[in-house]
Write a protein that binds this ligand. Sequence first.
Ligand code: NCD
Length: 314
Amino acid sequence: MKRHLLSAGDLSRDDAVRVLDTAVELLALSDRPIKKLPTLRGRTVVNLFFEDSTRTRISFEAAAKRLSADVITFSAKGSSVSKGESLKDTALTLQAMGADAVIVRHQSSGAPHRLASAGWIDGSVINAGDGTHEHPTQALLDAFTLRRHLAGDTGDLEGRRVTIVGDVLHSRVARSNALLLSTLGAEVTLVAPPTLLPVGVGSWPVEYTYALDPALAKADAVMMLRVQRERGGGGGFFPSSREYSRRYGMDARRMSLLPDHALVLHPGPMNRGVEISAEVADSARSVIVEQVTNGVAVRMAVLYLLLSGEGTTR
Ligand code: NCD
């Protein structure tokens, strides 16, 4: 594995399988009364969050703590970033504190690459979501969840069909999943209104279509995406939430078009009633809560593999 995890495209198939297999072992730990391992004792992990987050931030924090690392959580609100401190000066401060890993979420696409390539930080940089670009650990936890249900714990996603639906244009989750799932051999279909597909989607390793219903019958899983209003998804991209949900929302009728074994995923946070109905979100096919549990194990695996130096190339 490379020293940093910036893009799902950084992972070869072997790397990705290694993370997933390691996570299988680590997940077993979450059923034990004592969940902690001493593996990263004495190492410092910094959670550097410039953008709001619930799941990803606490998931990384839990993962690092379960591996006994010292964790510093830094959110831009309440820090000197709100006084105008630059990414560089923030990074130099973290470096001065001896961070072994910096987990960064930033509203600007490319910020984690900048941190990793500018030489401001000696440790590993892990991208926890940058703008509309990538969110590789989300893709890993999604792949982990898909694998458990569709292929058995250490099975293979080769040929499995995953349909990703919604605001692909603004979704770092969709981009990372398209890369990772195709690396793992799955067949990915994107479904979105033409206005919410990125320019150049033709060069992605996926198929795409504008019509949801016909794509459902062959899906092994559907991944619903949030309409990203804070990035401009919504206003101007479709006539109204009602219209969006009628054409692209997952509701009970659409769920009945899926094969019996098919799963429904969503990275959260959900807009219930827009891209997914409450009935679907809370149904037996939904693995949305399990995705969160699996996220901790997958992030433990990433931290373990990057920080213990096992198999990383510098
Ligand atoms: C995603 C994100 O932040 O990109 N959520 C997450 O990490 N759990 C998706 C989203 O915000 O819609």
